[in-house]
Design a protein around this ligand. Structure first.
Ligand code: SF4
Ligand code: SF4
Length: 180
């Protein structure tokens, strides 16, 4: 399954909301900042994002520095335990956020699942007041990809990852340190 196919139902829901006038244009991107963002990723999401960044020449020292600054500033590497899903979530401003309207430079096809499922539900108000994560579409996506648990385990072995799900900056930094 390619990254786009894996996110198909989430992207379709994004597009539906945009057709209904409930897209994110006009918003400063509150959901990507420490005010609301606590995005965590699985090994599959991390690998797909790293592949995209490498293909586009973005997996470089500048990104590594931004990731390290984010982890340090928001203490994202503390209290992770064994990387299971019981981790107490911490909020942080995403290292990819551009700090302007529609501030995410990543294509939907490689964004973390949670980012694509966090949607606006109001035509006029655009500052996060009517935005929330659509759990139903996240659950449906999981149902459509029953092999993902096995693939996550495979990727953990392959890349020597100890975690099931960690904050995105912590996950990406592991790929700078792992020898391939
Ligand atoms: S990946 Fe993009 S949409 Fe997700 S939190 Fe970061 S900037 Fe926002
Ligand atoms: S989901 Fe909400 S807070 Fe996030 S960019 Fe869209 S309108 Fe803004």
């Amino acid at each position: 399954m390619d990254p786009q196919e894996r996110r198909k139902n989430l992207i379709e829901r994004n597009e539906e909301l945009e057709r209904l006038g409930m897209g994110c244009s006009g918003c400063s991107g509150t959901c990507c900042t420490y005010e609301a963002n606590s995005m965590m990723v699985t090994p599959i999401e991390a690998v797909e994002l790293v592949d995209y960044l490498k293909t586009n020449g973005l997996f470089n020292d500048e990104l590594k520095n931004r990731l390290q600054e984010t982890v340090a500033k928001y203490r994202l590497d503390q209290g992770l335990g064994n990387g299971k899903r019981s981790y107490l979530r911490r909020t942080y401003t995403c290292p990819f956020f551009n700090h302007k309207e529609l501030g995410c430079p990543l294509p939907r096809e490689v964004k973390p699942f949670g980012c694509i499922a966090f949607n606006s539900h109001n035509v006029e108000l655009k500052a996060g007041e009517h935005c929330y994560s659509e759990k139903e579409i996240l659950e449906k996506r999981e149902m459509l990809a029953p092999d993902e648990a096995a693939l996550n385990e495979e990727l953990k072995q392959q890349h020597a990852l100890y975690w099931d799900k960690v904050p995105m900056p912590v996950a990406l930094l592991d790929f700078f340190n792992v020898k391939k």
